[in-house]
Design a protein. Sequence first.
Length: 488
Amino acid sequence: MDPQPSEEFPMNIILVVFDSLRKDCLSAYGQPPWGEVSTPHLDEFAAGAAIFRNAFPESLPTLPARRALYTGMRTYPFDDGDISLKGDFDGAPGWGPIPESQATMAEVLSAAGFNTALVSDVYHMFKPSKNYWRGFDQWEFVRGQECDPFRSGPEPSQAEIDRWIPRELQDHMLGLKQGGFAAQILKNMYGRDHECDYHVAQVMQASVRWLEENRGRGPFFLTIESFDPHEPWFVPESYRGMYGECETEEMVVSPYIETSGFSPALVRRAQQNYSALVSLCDRWFGYLHDYLTASGLLDETVIIVTSDHGHSIGDGDYMGKRGYPSSPEVFEIPLLIRHPSCEPDDEQLSVFVQHHDITRQILSFADVDAADRIQGRPFWENTGDSPSLRGEHATIGWGSAATVVTEEWWMNCKVDGTGRLLHRRSSWGTSVDLESAECTETAERMFSHAIEDAGGRFPDYLVRLAIEEADAPGCSPLARRTRQGVHE
């Protein structure tokens, strides 16, 4: 599967990233434990695309993942990641801006003659001190996701908060009573009376508008970032109705805690609302795809669809995402690539791919040589029977924990080597005997991969975090990092 470069100019490139999109919510990969999610437009796209089944983040959560994706450089092991900046909460290690020393993919492509643009509602990227739009010729920030300070009033009543968030969660989650987190997410939904007013719809409409306004200006690179289907799971009622009636209170937030104390109906409602938001994302991806088809750009454009990570919604009795223990529904990501010059293989491709490799492959599609500037490696010509360029494993960092995945095994531990968890990927959830010679040897070999991919050592602050177990489990202000034993 080796595309032939155009004799006139390089292919246009569109990168679409859906935040928190679970791989198993696309029928090309199966379905989540709670049942099928309707994604007809993404299914149609997948039918003409290469489907990668061993795609993973380089590091997590939201900002560390994008730093790797936007630069092609590893963020793990977070050497410069002990960050605390004004205007943002203290997130997981690596939760900060792109370092000045690292070039962005947009800068490289712009210098190579591409018209570059970013359309995004991922508000973390635009907070004070952040710089994820660096290098784009045009960028548009679609306002109002989650805790983006988009609106300051009027304040919602306690009754409005109760309409969307169960009281039992309000008693356990910081900021969910009147004021704070709950108030901001509700204020940001004021005025969104029609489907076209919702965030993913606004992102896709802005993207199509940019394509219309920049048609014929030469090759382009467009990055489309949708914070959906990240929580809060606000969707039009018609989409909620696709997945059954509400048998309990509404549930649109993720508490980042174990769900063993929740009623089954509450977990089910969270799954329904998440599924509904995935379907909304699919519908507006279809809007983008329809425009590309009608305009003829589909035949001139490489399109890449992926995610930064997934989300646990009752899986393993947890709701949220975390680096330890790690799990497939969070760490495995969808990766679909459609190249106009290639016919996809019938089978899913097993090559191991991470975010920084996607960067390198995009530059390869653009016929830009950047091997001396980034650490990611191209993989498109390596999607047949040949082995992965990185030795058929992926190392993913999240705070003071590392996850190493091979075709057969999944190992997760703290960076000091303690707390090793080992799974066979083919029988996830079935315990293995860590005392057996095979498992001991496997865990040790996989931890050596984690050390090697970290450059041979871990920063001292990260080892201290491993000992203190002071990581942030997610990328929400409800799950921020603890410093010096104080929840800030």
